[in-house]
Write a protein that binds this ligand. Structure first.
Ligand SMILES: Cc1ncc(COP(=O)(O)O)c(C=O)c1O
Length: 403
C-alpha cells in the first residue's frame, strides 16, 4: 500500500501528502468502443438525417425494447423531460406521492406542472419508498405515486402496485438508476404504467445526455411519441399539445455503442463492488449497501452509511478527509429534496413526516467506482476510511480545535 497513513499528520487534512495525485471521481463517464462510435457518427453525417426519429434512434429504441422485454421504448432528450411527459400524458394532477430521498428532478417534474409532490418517507433498509407509510399520505387530491429505484435497487413493486390498485392511482417509476437491473427475474422497465431511464453521463450506461420511457401501454406510447414532437401527427397536422423532447441521432449512436459494451461496464462495477465489500468489511459504524445477487444488478453505486456515534467521525468530516486525499466521495441526496427550493418554502413542515429520510441524508456517502478505480485504489480508499474510523474521535477533536 503506497502512502500509508500511520499518524494523524500523515493525513492530507493535517498537512500530509494526499494519497492520490488526481481526484478519483464518482461516476467518471464510461465510453464504449470509440471506433464503433465514430463509424456510427460518420454514417449519420453521410446520411444527413440528424434528428426527427432517424434510423439510429429507431434502432436504439428497438434494441432497448428487446433488452428490457417491454413493448415500447420512447427515447427522449433526458429523464427529466421523460418524467414530465409521462406525468402529463397520464393526466396526473393535484398531488402525487414521491420520496424526498431522490434526485430533485423527480419532484421538479411534478412541480413544473403545478402538481404537488407529496413527500413520503423511506424504508431505512432499502432507501426506497416505504409502502407502509404511503396510505397515510393519500388524500382525495392524490392521483399517482412515483417510486424511485434508488441505487438501482428496485422498489417494493408489488406492494406499490397493490396500493395503486386499491386507491385507483397511477404508478410510475423513476428508473434513472436502474438500467440493466431485474426484479424477480424480470427487467426493470416493465412495471407500473411506465418507467423512465436516464442516460446522463453520470450513469454507468450513458449516451452523454438522454433518457427513455418504457411502457407496455400502446395508447400511452403513441401519446408520448406525439408529445415529444410538438404533437405532430404528420406534416402540418398537430393534434395534441407537445414539446420538443426528441433524442437526436448522435445521442442514439452513443447509446447504441454503450449498449454494445454493457456487460463490460457491469463487470467492472461488479469487480469494484466486491473489492470494496472485501476491503471495507468489519469497520464498525460503516455499512455498505448490498445488491441482491439473485438478480441482475448494475452495481452502479458504492454507498456507505456512516454511523457517527460508532465511528466518532461524522460523514461530512470523513468526506472532507477523503476530498483532501483526492478521493471524490459524495453525499446523496443531501439535504433531501424537501430541503431544497421551492419545496423548502412551499412545504416547510414536510420534514416532520420524514424521519428516516432526515436520518439517511446525514449518513450516506458514495465512493468512486467505474473505470476510474482499480483494486489498488479501492484498497487505499478503504485503508483511509479504516484509519479515519480508528482515529475518529481524535480527528474530530483536532478539527474542532482548529476552528
Ligand atoms: C433519480 C433520478 N431521477 C431523475 C434524474 C434526471 O435524469 P436526467 O439527468 O437524464 O434528466 C436523475 C439524474 O441524475 C436521477 O438520479
Amino acid at each position: 500500500m503506497t502512502n500509508p497513513k500511520h499518524t494523524l499528520t500523515d493525513l492530507a487534512l493535517f498537512g500530509g501528502e494526499p494519497a492520490f495525485d488526481e481526484m478519483l471521481h464518482v461516476g467518471r463517464p464510461n465510453i464504449g468502443d470509440r471506433d464503433k462510435l465514430i463509424a456510427r457518427l460518420n454514417a449519420i453525417l453521410d446520411r444527413r438525417w440528424l434528428t426527427n426519429n432517424g434510423p439510429v434512434v429507431q434502432e436504439f429504441e428497438a434494441r432497448l425494447a428487446e433488452f428490457l422485454g417491454v413493448k415500447h421504448v420512447v427515447t427522449v432528450v433526458n429523464a427529466t423531460i421523460g418524467l414530465e411527459l409521462v406525468i402529463r400524458a397520464l393526466g396526473l394532477q393535484g398531488e402525487v406521492i414521491v420520496p424526498a430521498f431522490t434526485f430533485v428532478a423527480t419532484a421538479h417534474a411534478l412541480q413544473w406542472q403545478e402538481i404537488t409532490p407529496v413527500f413520503s418517507d423511506i424504508d431505512p433498509a432499502t432507501h426506497n419508498l416505504d409502502p407502509a407509510r404511503i396510505e397515510r399520505m393519500i388524500t382525495p387530491r392524490t392521483t399517482g405515486v412515483i417510486g424511485v429505484h434508488v441505487w438501482g435497487r428496485p422498489c417494493d413493486i408489488e406492494a406499490l402496485e397493490a396500493i395503486a390498485r386499491k386507491h385507483n392511482l397511477a404508478l410510475l417509476f423513476d428508473a434513472a438508476h436502474a438500467f440493466g437491473v431485474s426484479h424477480r427475474g424480470r427487467m426493470i422497465g416493465r412495471f407500473g404504467q411506465a418507467e423512465v431511464f436516464s442516460f446522463h453521463a453520470t450513469k454507468f450506461f450513458n449516451a452523454f445526455e438522454g433518457g427513455a420511457i418504457a411502457t407496455n401501454d400502446d395508447a400511452l406510447a403513441e401519446k408520448l411519441r406525439l408529445m415529444r414532437n410538438f404533437g405532430f401527427a404528420g406534416m402540418d397536422n398537430v393534434i395534441y399539445i407537445g414539446t420538443n423532447g426528441k433524442m437526436h441521432e448522435f445521442t442514439a449512436a452513443a447509446g447504441l455503442t454503450a449498449l454494445d459494451s454493457l456487460d463490460a461496464f457491469i463487470a467492472i462495477n461488479r469487480r469494484n463492488y466486491e473489492a470494496y465489500r472485501a476491503h471495507l468489511a468489519d469497520i464498525p459504524g460503516v455499512d455498505m449497501i448490498a445488491y441482491d445477487d439473485q438478480e441482475r444488478n448494475n452495481y452502479q453505486y458504492i454507498v456507505l452509511e456512516i454511523d457517527a456515534e460508532v465511528t466518532g467521525i461524522h460523514r461530512d468530516l470523513l468526506m472532507r478527509l477523503l476530498h483532501a486525499e483526492r478521493v471524490r466521495a459524495r453525499r446523496y441526496f443531501y439535504p433531501g429534496v424537501h430541503r431544497m427550493e421551492p419545496y423548502r418554502s412551499l412545504y416547510p413542515h414536510a420534514g416532520l413526516l420524514l424521519p428516516e429520510t432526515e436520518r439517511l441524508v446525514d449518513r450516506v456517502l458514495s465512493l468512486p467506482t467505474g473505470t476510474a478505480v482499480d483494486e489498488g485504489a479501492i484498497e487505499r480508499i478503504a485503508g483511509l476510511i479504516r484509519f479515519a474510523v480508528a482515529h475518529g474521535h481524535d480527528i474530530t477533536r483536532a478539527m474542532e480545535n482548529e476552528r
